[in-house]
Design a protein around this ligand. Structure first.
Ligand code: NVA
Length: 394
């Protein structure tokens, strides 16, 4: 495919064309949490991103007042892509200047219609955000079984990189969760049809009853619903992760010594845990004050002397145009180590809160990339953080 659309893609063509997997001496894959010192990360790219036509899963995730409702499917404007890449490249540069290795996804042509035996959709989505697709669990990186039809082939943006990691770190493993079908049988189609007309109160009532558009037919989860805290892994049950997905995570990782916990929040669009409940350093969590934890779910933190602080109000009243996420991307940050955090540059109050909590804050201009799939945490995926698998909840 043409490189014109992919100025930021990771693997240069000559490296691909040699047919020999590239080995990077010293490359290391390992990460057990979101706060130990970051050494190697993937940062998404906006190149060639599309707005796909709505699908049963995506409809439900778009709030009733969002400009995404009814937006026209097609390639995003070049102007918006260039501006988002300016932000993402600037973010990558900040990380590189601190000695962190940064990789970027590979090029995939999202323009073509996606057809499988089970569904057909206007296009793919893009190479942002990597956090949804890749789950780094210790020395393995797993490609997640996501519920948007448009994201069915998104893992292809990472296969060349993962192949390099596999060749370069002889102890790492790359894995793929079972591929879902995403046929009409995978969704409550009547629920989806009604959804467009539901008020926020009605969607909240459904959410509190844990009624989502996805059925339990497929195994579904997005990696961004999984919060890693050493031996304890907390998974949000919601629009992007069903119970079958959580059972699969349990059955896969519990024999390896991890303990899997399910979390639910009072949130009418529970999608991805990383603008809802975020670990900041050992013993400290940041909670979205509009999305309280369900009864009994604070106990494990409180019993183990973890402090839960509420995030301050976001700087903005609305997300930017054509953005899938809420204004709470303010608390979607990238922790570099126990004392250093990257925060979106316009979120002054959030930066002040981190300052008071004892962090050095690095402001990062990223708001104009939000529409491409989220904030600073969403825009990244861990490859290596120093540190071991600790038991924070003995
Ligand atoms: N549900 C979230 C997704 C953030 C990554 C939000 O929009 O608040």
């Amino acid at each position: 495919i043409s490189n014109d659309f992919y100025p930021n893609a990771s693997l240069p063509l000559e490296r691909k064309e040699s047919g020999v997997p590239y080995v990077r001496p010293g490359l290391h894959v390992e990460s057990y949490n979101d706060f130990d010192p970051l050494r190697h990360v993937i940062v998404g790219i906006a190149d060639n991103q599309h707005i796909p036509e709505a699908c049963p899963a995506s409809n439900e995730k778009i709030p009733a007042d969002s400009p995404m409702r009814g937006s026209k499917a097609g390639r995003r404007t070049q102007e918006s892509i260039d501006r988002a890449n300016e932000c993402l490249n600037g973010f990558a540069q900040i990380l590189e200047n601190r000695g962190i290795i940064v990789d970027r996804p590979g090029a995939v042509d999202w323009h073509d219609r996606i057809n499988t035996p089970d569904f057909s959709i206007s296009s793919g989505f893009g190479c942002m955000p990597p956090r949804d697709c890749l789950l780094t669990m210790g020395k393995s990186i797993l490609m997640a079984p996501m519920s948007f039809r448009s994201r069915y082939f998104e893992y292809l943006a990472y296969t060349d990189l993962l192949r390099e990691y596999f060749e370069s770190d002889q102890k790492c493993m790359i894995e793929q969760a079972p591929r879902p079908r995403l046929s009409d049988d995978s969704f409550r189609m009547d629920y989806v049809a009604a959804y467009e007309y539901l008020s926020d109160e009605e969607t909240m009532a459904r959410s509190l009853n844990k009624e989502y558009s996805t059925k339990e037919t497929d195994i579904l989860f997005d990696a961004a619903d999984v919060m890693r805290l050493g031996k304890d892994i907390f998974v949000q049950h919601g629009l992007t992760t069903n119970l079958a997905g959580i059972h699969w995570i349990k059955r896969k990782y519990e024999p390896m010594g991890y303990r899997i916990h399910t979390l639910s929040f009072a949130d009418n669009h529970p999608i991805h845990i990383d603008a809802t409940f975020c670990p900041l350093r050992p013993g400290l969590m940041l909670l979205n004050p509009h999305r309280p934890l369900f009864a009994g779910q604070r106990e494990i933190f409180e019993k183990n002397d973890w402090q839960i602080v509420e995030a301050v109000k976001p700087a903005w009243d609305n997300p930017p145009p054509l953005c899938y996420s809420s204004t709470w991307l303010s608390m979607n940050t990238l922790i570099i180590d126990h004392k250093t955090v990257c925060v979106e540059a316009s979120e002054k109050a959030q930066m002040e809160q981190f300052d008071k909590l004892g962090f050095n804050v690095i402001p990062v201009d990223l708001r104009d990339a939000y529409a491409f799939g989220g904030g600073l945490h969403c825009a990244t995926a861990d490859v290596w953080r120093e540190g071991k698998c600790e038991d924070y909840f003995p």
